[in-house]
Design a protein around this ligand. Structure first.
Ligand code: PXL
Length: 281
C-alpha cells in the first residue's frame, strides 16, 4: 500500500542537507514525502558565511489548521532540523494528524559541539519531542546532550554505549534507538541499535571514510526512514542506511573539489533501492 510520510526540517537552498536530501531519498524509496519546512536558509550553517535564515514558525498553526480542515493525515512523521519554538506544534501534528510511526532525528550537534544556534536549552526541548517518538536517531554527541552529559567521542567501550542507551531509554521512554557514530576501532564506524522488544543492543559497522562531509547525518536518517517505511526491520534499515551513506561518501571523494559542501548521493540511489527491495518484508 502507498504510504505518505510528513518530514519536518529546513530547506537549505544550497548545501545538500535536510529537505533537499530527504525528499529525493524518501521519494526514491517509493514513499510519498509531504513536507513542513521549519525554515528557509540560503545555505546550511556549517562552512558558509553570512547565510540567511527565515523561520517559518508563524506558518505552522495555519498549515496545521488547514490540514485538519482537509482531513489530511500521515502514515508517519520524520523530523530533523527544527527550531525550539516549533516543538509543541510538531507534537500537535504527531497527536492529531499522524496515524503511523514517529521517527525523530534530534538534529542539533556533532563532533562534541552544538551546531550554530543550538544549546542545552534546545536539547531539553528536544527531549520533549523525543518522548513522543517511536524511534530516535541521535549521534553520540546528541545522545549525550539529550542527557545533559559531556559527550565522550573516543576511548569508550561497549559498557559506555550500552549505558548511554539505557539512560536515554529511561529518560525519554522511547522504545527504539539507533545511535550513530559509534566506533571501537579506528578503521570502523557504525551504529548501535536498541529495541525494547529484546532489550538488546545490536551493532553494525562499516569501514570509516577518513573525510568529513556535511549532511551525512541527514542522508543516513532519510535512507533509514525510506527503508523502515518500506517494511524493512529496524536493524536492517539501520544497516542499509549505513552502507548507503558510506557508498555515497566514497562516490563523493572523487568530486570533493567541485562538491565540498555535502554528499553527492544521487548516483548511488539505485544501490539503496536495490537493497530495500531485497530486504523488505
Ligand atoms: O545537517 C544538519 C543541518 C541541517 N540544516 C542546517 C544545518 C545543519 C547542520 O549544520 O546547518 C541548516
Amino acid at each position: 500500500m502507498e504510504k505518505r510520510i510528513l518530514t519536518v526540517q529546513d530547506i537549505s537552498c544550497v548545501g545538500q542537507c535536510s529537505l533537499t536530501v530527504a525528499l529525493p531519498i524518501i521519494s526514491a524509496c517509493g514513499i510519498e514525502a509531504a513536507i513542513l519546512p521549519s525554515a528557509v536558509l540560503s545555505t546550511h550553517t556549517a562552512g558558509f558565511k553570512d547565510f540567511t535564515c527565515l523561520s517559518l514558525t508563524e506558518e505552522f498553526p495555519k498549515i496545521i489548521n488547514h490540514w485538519q480542515k482537509e482531513n489530511i493525515t500521515f502514515d508517519g512523521v520524520y523530523t530533523g532540523y527544527v527550531l525550539g519554538e516549533q516543538i509543541d506544534h510538531i507534537i500537535e501534528i504527531c497527536t492529531k494528524l499522524n496515524k503511523g510511526v514517529k521517527i525523530i532525528d534530534p538534529v542539533m550537534a556533532d563532533h562534541g559541539k552544538f551546531y550554530y544556534g543550538f544549546d542545552q536549552a534546545f536539547a531539553q526541548k528536544m527531549c520533549k519531542l523525543c518522548q513522543k517518538a517511536d524511534v530516535i536517531l541521535p549521534n553520540l554527541t546528541e545522545a549525550a546532550f539529550l542527557l545533559d552529559e559531556e559527550p565522550m567521542l573516543e576511548g569508550y567501550d561497549k559498557a559506555y554505549i550500552e549505558g548511554l542507551l539505557s539512560r536515554l531509554v529511561k529518560k525519554l521512554k522511547v522504545k527504539k534507538v539507533v545511535l550513530t557514530g559509534v566506533s571501537f576501532e579506528k578503521s570502523k564506524l557504525g551504529v548501535a541499535v536498541y529495541s525494547s522488544q529484546t532489550s538488546e543492543v545490536a551493532y553494525y559497522f562499516t569501514k570509516r571514510i577518513e573525510r568529513n562531509f556535511h549532511g551525512t547525518g541527514d542522508i543516513y536518517s532519510s535512507a533509514f526512514v525510506g527503508a523502515y517505511l518500506s517494511g524493512v526491520s529496524l536493524y536492517d534499515s539501520a544497516s542499509i542506511a549505513a552502507d548507503f551513506t558510506v557508498k555515497a561518501m566514497e562516490f563523493t571523494i572523487d568530486y570533493a573539489d567541485i562538491h565540498p559542501y555535502g554528499v553527492y548521493f544521487e548516483q548511488v540511489l539505485p544501490y539503496l533501492i536495490g537493497k530495500i527491495n531485497y530486504l523488505r518484508g
